[in-house]
Design a protein. Structure first.
Length: 266
């Protein structure tokens, strides 16, 4: 007699911030479980954060974020919508897409998947549902978060895969070929991915033919100068070579209107 194996139940941890409507936490748990239903890999942890903005005048005051640990690889999705239940539905769809990409990658069936090919722009992958940034006057913005970690040695293609798996706007890494601190990000002008490096790029990445590379090296400036540059531009982040440490840093806009700083660990 053959017995069917059932996967262990996943404990979805749901955190609610603000005036989250009644029933939304249970709905988020149900939808997240549905997104995980077809995974064959073990799910080690799953967390969902629901945030209801106090300012109801915001066009998308309901934000939902999920982080799932799939056999040691984190997968993340982040969306915003007019209502919390709509945000949870969008979160499920976005999480399903990212889990499917991870599954293809684990099977080895990811040629042309981690870096978008022509006609497969990230604009069409739900990025219009990302949360909106709060607008603060430049003089009120501060660096309220500083994260420092050892940069992984990766190819540009691997970095783009992690960028998409974690639903980030940018991803800081050490280029495996040159050893230089580098960043990959989504280029809003083209809809594809782009790479910048702390030194002048000598060639296009061989593993990622559709990833464009900036020929201009990152500017060598101080954190204060990077803050001034970010305040004067409409860019989501500034990648720069810190004049004090000689390492690649990223200063970025947070959703609360302040700044965050990411630096490599020594």
């Amino acid at each position: 007699m053959t017995r069917l194996k059932t996967r262990p139940a996943v404990d979805i941890q749901v955190e609610a911030r603000g005036q989250v409507p009644r029933g939304a936490a249970g709905y988020a748990r149900e939808k997240t479980l549905a997104a995980l239903d077809h995974l064959s890999e073990p799910v080690l942890a799953a967390r969902v954060k629901l945030t209801q903005a106090a300012n109801a005048a915001s066009g998308r005051p309901a934000a939902a974020q999920a982080v799932v640990d799939v056999n040691g690889r984190p997968v993340r999705a982040h969306v915003a919508a007019g209502t919390m239940f709509e945000a949870v539905d969008l979160l499920r769809d976005r999480l399903v897409a990212r889990l499917a990409r991870t599954r293809r990658h684990n099977r080895g069936d990811h040629h042309g998947d981690t870096v978008r090919l022509p006609g497969d722009r990230w604009h069409d992958d739900g990025h219009e549902h990302r949360p909106q940034h709060r607008q603060l006057p430049a003089q009120e913005r501060q660096i309220v978060r500083h994260k420092s970690f050892g940069l992984p040695q990766q190819t540009p293609e691997e970095a783009v895969f992690d960028l998409e798996s974690m639903d980030y706007d940018f991803y800081l890494f050490a280029d495996a070929d040159s050893g230089r601190d580098s960043v990959v990000y989504r280029d809003p002008r083209t809809g594809y991915h782009r790479m910048a490096t702390a030194g002048k790029a000598t060639a296009e990445p061989q593993a990622a033919p559709h990833l464009t590379v900036s020929e201009v090296p990152a500017p060598e400036i101080s954190v204060r100068e990077a803050t001034e540059r970010l305040a004067l531009t409409r860019l989501p982040f500034v990648f720069f070579l810190d004049s004090a440490t000689g390492r690649g840093h990223v200063l970025y806009h947070r959703y609360d209107g302040h700044y965050g700083l990411i630096t490599p660990a020594a």
